[in-house]
Design a protein around this ligand. Structure first.
Ligand code: CTP
Length: 404
C-alpha cells in the first residue's frame, strides 16, 4: 500500500454524521501508520455515530468538536487547526455538509474551518442513493468540483438502509489510496497504461487446470503506482485474490489466450504496456468438456500441449507499439538471461526479478535491462519498488519532458 506520499503530512480529518463513521476508525489507523498526523474534527452529528474518545485514541491527538473549545489558546480553532494542514479531508461527507460547503456556510467548527482554509479540501461523500441522486446534491457536487474541491467516490453497492446503489462511502483502504494518490507527483498525467498481472489458468477439464504461483502483487502495485502518478490505468488480471486498486479499470481473464485478446483489443489506446503477468507458455489442446474420470484399468491421462501466444512479443511487434516493458522471473543467472530475453522479446526495457522466490512475497529486488546496460534497484517492498519503477519508466518515455 502506498505510504511514502503521506509520511510527514498533516491532515485535518473532518467527520460529519453518517453510519460510515465506522470506516474512519480504520482510515485513521492507515493514515497514521503511513506517517501522517491526523487532527480529527467532528460535527455534533458525527459524535452520535462514533465517540471522540475512540477517534482520539486512534489519532493520538485531542479531538475538536466545538467552535467554542477553550483548549485553543486564542479561541481561534477555526483558523488555527487548519493552518499547518496539507489538506482537509471530510469523511464521511454527509448530504447536508456538501450543501453547506457548496454555499460557503460556516455555522459550526468544521464548516468554518473549511471556509477559512488555505489548503486543499477533499470530500468523501456517504449517503443513501436517493440523497446522492437528488438534483440538489448533484448541483452541489458540481459546484464543489468547480470550486476546486476533490470529490472522492462515492462507491456503489448495498447500503446501510438496505437499498443498493450509488452513494456509499469508499472503503477505508480505497479512501486511503485516493488520499495518497492526491499527494503523488503526476509524472504520468495524460498517459494511458495497460498492464497484465497475475497467473493464467489453463483448463484440463471443467474442474482441473494448470496455473502458477504468481500472486499478482507486483502487477497490482504497478497499476496502483501508475494511477497515483496520474495515468489512466487498464489492468488485465489473471485469477488472483486481490482488491482492485482505487481508480484502476480492471478486466478479469483466466487463460493466456483471453489475456492476449483483452490486451490486443485495448493496446491501440495505450502509451505504455507493462507485461507483468506470469503467462502460461502452453495450454492443453482441446481441454476435456467433461471431468476426466479414472478408468477401471487405471490408465494415466495424456495431454497434448500447444503453444500460447506471446502477449509481450505480439505488442512489441505492432507497427506502432506503446512503450513496452517486460518482466522476467528466472531461476538462475538472471544477468545472462535478462538481456537475452529483452532482445528476443524486442522490448526497450525488461525488469528482471532477482530470484523466482519473490512469488507471493511482499518485497522484491530487480535489475533493469535496456540497450544501455543493466541497473540494479535496491530491495524494497513491492509498492515502493512499483513507485520507483514508474519513475524509471516515465523517464524513458520517448517524448516525455515531464520529469528531469
Ligand atoms: N509473456 C507474455 N506472454 C507469454 C509469455 C510471457 O506476455 N505467453 C511476458 C511476461 O508477461 C513477461 C515476459 O513475457 O513480461 C517474460 O516472461 P517469461 O515467462 O519470463 O518469459 P518466456 O518468454 O516465457 O521465457 P522462458 O519461459 O523461456 O524463460
Amino acid at each position: 500500500m502506498a505510504t511514502a506520499e503521506l509520511a510527514g503530512k498533516h491532515l485535518v480529518l473532518g467527520m460529519t454524521g453518517g453510519i460510515a463513521c465506522y470506516k474512519i476508525a480504520e482510515l485513521t489507523r492507515l493514515l497514521t501508520k503511513a506517517g501522517a498526523t491526523v487532527q480529527v474534527v467532528m460535527t455534533e452529528a458525527a459524535t452520535q455515530f462514533i465517540t471522540p474518545v475512540t477517534m482520539q485514541a486512534l489519532s493520538g491527538r485531542p479531538v475538536y468538536t466545538s467552535q467554542w473549545d477553550a483548549r485553543v489558546p486564542n479561541n481561534m480553532a477555526h483558523i488555527d487547526l487548519s493552518r499547518e494542514a496539507d489538506a482537509i479531508v471530510i469523511a464521511p461527507a454527509s448530504t447536508d455538509f456538501l450543501a453547506k460547503l457548496a454555499h460557503g456556510m460556516a455555522d459550526d467548527l468544521l464548516s468554518t474551518l473549511c471556509v477559512a482554509r488555505d489548503c486543499p479540501l477533499l470530500v468523501v461523500p456517504a449517503m443513501n442513493r436517493q440523497m446522492w441522486q437528488n438534483p440538489a446534491t448533484q448541483r452541489n457536487v458540481t459546484q464543489l468540483r468547480a470550486d476546486g474541491i476533490e470529490v472522492l467516490g462515492p462507491d456503489s453497492g448495498p447500503q446501510a438502509c438496505g437499498e443498493t446503489g450509488d452513494g456509499r462511502m469508499l472503503e477505508a483502504v480505497a479512501t486511503f489510496e485516493a488520499i495518497a494518490s492526491f499527494f503523488s507527483p503526476k509524472i504520468l498525467s495524460g498517459r494511458r497504461v495497460l498492464l497484465t498481472a497475475g497467473p493464467t489458468f489453463e483448463p484440463l477439464d471443467p474442474v482441473r487446470g494448470i496455473t502458477n504461483r504468481s500472486s499478482g502483487k507486483m502487477g497490482f502495485a504497478l497499476a496502483r503506482a501508475a494511477q497515483q502518478a496520474g495515468a489512466e490505468v487498464h489492468l488485465v488480471a489473471g485469477p488472483v485474490a486481490l482488491e482492485t486498486p482505487w481508480g484502476v479499470f480492471r478486466e478479469d481473464v483466466q487463460t493466456a489466450q483471453q489475456m492476449h485478446d483483452a490486451v490486443m483489443r485495448s493496446v491501440a489506446d495505450a502509451d505504455i504496456f507493462i507485461g507483468v503477468a506470469a503467462v502460461a507458455d502452453w495450454r492443453v489442446d482441446h481441454a476435456s468438456e467433461q471431468k476426466i474420470k479414472k478408468t477401471a484399468e487405471r490408465a494415466l491421462p495424456t495431454f497434448t500441449f500447444v503453444e500460447n501466444p506471446d502477449i509481450l512479443a505480439s505488442v512489441a511487434k505492432l507497427p506502432h507499439p506503446p512503450f513496452t516493458v517486460g518482466f522476467a522471473a528466472e531461476s538462475g543467472d538472471l544477468e545472462l538471461h535478462g538481456e537475452e530475453k529483452r532482445v528476443r522479446k524486442n522490448v526497450p526495457l525488461l525488469i528482471g526479478n532477482l530470484g523466482p522466490l519473490t512469488f507471493g512475497m511482499d518485497d522484491n529486488e530487480v535489475i533493469l535491462f535496456e540497450a544501455a546496460g543493466a541497473t540494479k534497484l535496491p530491495r524494497a517492498d513491492k509498492q515502493t519498488l512499483a513507485r520507483a519503477l514508474i519513475v524509471e519508466i516515465a523517464r524513458r518515455l520517448p517524448d516525455t519532458s515531464l520529469i528531469r
